[in-house]
Design a binder for this molecule. Structure first.
Ligand SMILES: [Zn+2]
Length: 57
């Protein structure tokens, strides 16, 4: 009788505030979970992957 998903233990179910931005690269509208900083480029998901520094280990 305990088949309900438990996921609200620590407030993770609070809706995340999304901000609509315009991608600085391709110009597409994108939603980001953070507040865009003025003067700094924001990217859509695809361009974000491109502009992210390569992972190094
Ligand atoms: Zn883009």
């Amino acid at each position: 009788m305990d088949d309900r998903p438990r996921r609200s233990d620590r407030g993770f179910d609070r809706p995340r505030e999304m901000h609509t931005v315009k991608c600085s690269d391709c110009g597409a509208e994108a939603q980001v979970p953070f507040k865009p900083t003025e003067g700094r480029p924001v990217y859509c998901k695809e361009c974000y992957q491109k502009h992210r520094p390569p992972r190094r280990f």
